[in-house]
Write a protein of this length. Structure first.
Length: 333
């Protein structure tokens, strides 16, 4: 991660992100001149291995969704590279980028907002096929029915409209659309956040079944740490646009290295009344700073219970800690 970029992604890595940055301009005045930037994502670097699920967690507004959309080139990156199967997709445009699109898809957070209410379910799922695949009408109908079955819906529902379905069913339709072109990589942008708790486990189990069946690789974005522990192989933690910790799931949950990760995990309920009554929680003081004016040095220092003078003066390096663990903290060791 910290070493010089290679020409191709390492063996086993489907995706490699190097220094990914996305800044949004802040404009003001009658002439709409730029007066600053919002640092939504600032220098992300990590790899996603083929067939794994990488959980990306953090508070609302930390840049998780922006990172996912920038990786897929739904937002143009300000800086950095995204190597997908060895190809830097940030350098692609036009037809070359269009040919790459079927390999990378996204499942959105709100299943109601991302489905066109004027289109039937069959038309919604077939839309990627219309754009990218050369198929006859009969072949598309058969493919739509196959996809509906794959996500646990009746193929006869193809002629219905999105408003006729529950939230969980609409999310299944979104998943069917995402896998229509046989992608290798899917960004799951908080796919269960808008669903009832009783439905969330069903959708996560479906994602796991599809991953095993089709060999998918996921970036699973969520603020639900309990669900991330269930589905993810490794976990990356973001704070105010930067990655602060990355490592294997059990290592992160058992012994977090960064004080922000420790604070996040202390808020996760434990299903054991005796343990829950006796354990201590870390209460962070103050609010998350504005991404338009982030703190100097370590961005977490204004809320960190162990911050020192050095934390205000130096940006902590993204360094390897052994065992596949990475952390950005001067005091971790």
């Amino acid at each position: 991660m910290a070493e010089p970029a290679a020409a191709t992604a390492p063996a086993g890595a489907l995706l490699r992100i190097e220094g990914l940055t996305k800044h949004f301009p802040v404009v003001a005045g009658l002439l709409r001149r730029q007066v600053g930037v919002i640092s939504a994502v600032d220098g992300l670097s990590f790899e996603i291995m083929r067939g794994e699920t990488l959980g990306l967690v953090g508070e609302s507004g930390c840049g998780k969704s922006t990172a996912g959309r920038t990786i897929l080139r739904l937002y143009e990156p300000t800086a950095g590279r995204v190597l997908f199967e060895g190809t830097d997709i940030t350098a692609l445009s036009g037809e070359a980028l269009r040919r790459m699109r079927p390999r990378m898809q996204m499942i959105f957070q709100d299943p109601q907002a991302c489905l066109n209410p004027r289109m039937t379910v069959g038309s919604i799922i077939a839309e990627p096929l219309d754009e990218q695949a050369r198929m006859s009408a009969a072949e598309k109908r058969a493919r739509v029915q196959e996809l509906l079955e794959a996500v646990g819906l009746n193929p006869a529902f193809a002629n219905r409209y999105p408003h006729e379905f529950s939230g969980g069913q609409r999310q299944r339709i979104g998943i069917a659309r995402a896998i229509a072109l046989n992608p290798a990589f899917i960004v799951c942008d908080e796919p269960i956040a808008a669903l009832d708790v009783s439905i969330q486990a069903q959708v996560v189990n479906l994602l796991e079944d599809l991953q095993e069946r089709f060999g998918l690789t996921y970036l699973f974005i969520s603020h639900d740490l309990s669900m991330v522990r269930h589905i993810a192989d490794r976990v990356a933690v973001m704070y105010l646009g930067k990655a602060v910790e990355l490592g294997p799931r059990e290592a992160i949950y058992r012994a977090p290295l960064h004080p922000y990760t420790r604070a996040l995990l202390s808020a996760v309920p434990i299903p054991d009344p005796k343990v829950e009554r006796t354990r201590s929680r870390i209460i962070l003081k103050g609010d998350v700073p504005s991404p338009a004016n982030p703190p100097t040095g370590c961005r977490f220092r204004t809320r960190c219970p162990i911050a020192e003078r050095r934390c205000a003066e130096e940006v902590p390096a993204w360094r390897a800690m052994g065992g596949g663990r990475w952390v950005a903290c001067h005091l971790a060791g």
